[in-house]
Design a protein. Structure first.
Length: 257
């Protein structure tokens, strides 16, 4: 592309930003992180990194053996620091050039943020944050990967991983539902749609709202109309979809001139 053509595209996208932009809500799951090298939440044998879910991801596990739980999440953080956002994460950042994009993720890693996404909601907590066991409103960033027994909040109580464990409420769910209700476009990527209540976001948008599902395994969306399946990994499927949506935004702007 010559410089004049590039400048023309930039001006078209500038015009898009100047008018009311369509809202895109993205529901992302473990599949997009797996393409960066983070293992999916649960393996075929039902274990998570060789641990039973009941031993590392429940309030009861924390009460029973907090040292094991702390070590488990320390290793998850250490591992997450070795990977990078992939083309799928970066495609969603590019989409912000012409759309109002909100990423609602089931993932606890920070790959969306590291890629540059402006608005990210974590339904199941954040791996690189801790919170007080005495006052859940006290949440802190973790510097590096390690959180240990004896690390306390400003009120003197032990810090735990800022993760929504099985059996706990999903505090961001209501906010995410509000975002989905306002969506003009819904993108579902890298999720089996088997984990509730998060999966319900894909079904609350109106029937007239286009839903794009990007996943090589094609999750089931029964009784849902206006769905386009892109049976590809996020790295290729999201890249292609974002290119198409950006081209559409440019075309709509040209038609309006």
């Amino acid at each position: 592309m010559d410089q004049s053509a590039g400048a023309g595209l930039g001006y078209k996208l500038y015009l898009v930003r100047m008018k009311k932009r369509q809202k895109v809500v993205v529901l992302s799951g473990a599949g997009i992180s797996a393409e960066s090298g983070i293992p999916t939440f649960r393996a075929s044998d039902g274990l998570w990194e060789n641990h039973r879910i009941e031993d590392v991801a429940t309030p009861e596990a924390w009460l029973r053996n907090p040292v094991l739980v702390q070590d488990f999440y320390n290793q998850r953080r250490r591992q997450a620091l070795t990977v990078q956002p992939n083309a799928g994460h970066k495609a969603l950042v590019r989409l912000e050039a012409a759309y109002d994009v909100t990423v609602v993720t089931q993932n606890v890693d920070n790959l969306h943020e590291r890629a540059g996404s402006s608005t990210v909601m974590h339904l199941h907590g954040e791996l690189f944050k801790s919170r007080s066991t005495g006052n859940e409103a006290l949440v802190y960033d973790i510097d590096g990967w390690e959180l240990n027994m004896g690390d306390t909040c400003e009120e003197g109580t032990q810090l735990r991983p800022h993760i929504v464990w099985f059996g706990e409420a999903v505090p961001m769910m209501d906010v995410a539902l509000e975002a989905a209700d306002e969506a003009d476009i819904m993108i579902v990527v890298g999720t089996s749609l088997n984990v509730y209540p998060a999966a319900s976001l894909a079904f609350v948008v109106g029937e007239r709202i286009p839903v794009y599902v990007v996943d090589p395994n094609k999750p089931v969306m029964q009784k849902r109309k206006n769905v386009t399946f892109i049976v590809e990994p996020a790295t290729t499927g999201l890249t292609r979809l974002v290119d198409e949506l950006l081209a559409k935004a440019q075309s709509d702007t040209s038609a309006a001139e």
